[in-house]
Design a protein. Structure first.
Length: 74
């Protein structure tokens, strides 16, 4: 996926949550969906934002992060 800070989110004054990827807006969440996102985003923000925007590959990102080649096996 790239650098750990590829995704970012911000909450707007009207309660909308805007998610961006590499500085470009990807999606906006409103109402119940925004609340659900905010409740979940504290766990692993990059992974959660990737899943919510549809930029999530195959669900193996966490496994790949632990692979020795990626520095996780140390």
């Amino acid at each position: 996926m790239g650098a750990p800070s590829d995704f970012a989110w911000r909450r707007l004054a009207d309660g909308t949550v805007q998610i961006s990827h590499r500085g470009r807006p990807v999606t906006s969440l409103r109402g119940d969906r925004a609340d659900a996102f905010l409740a979940e985003v504290d766990d692993d923000p990059q992974e959660v934002m990737a899943r919510w925007t549809g930029q999530y590959k195959r669900g193996n990102e966490r496994t790949a992060r632990r692979h020795p080649r990626n520095g996780g096996g140390r």
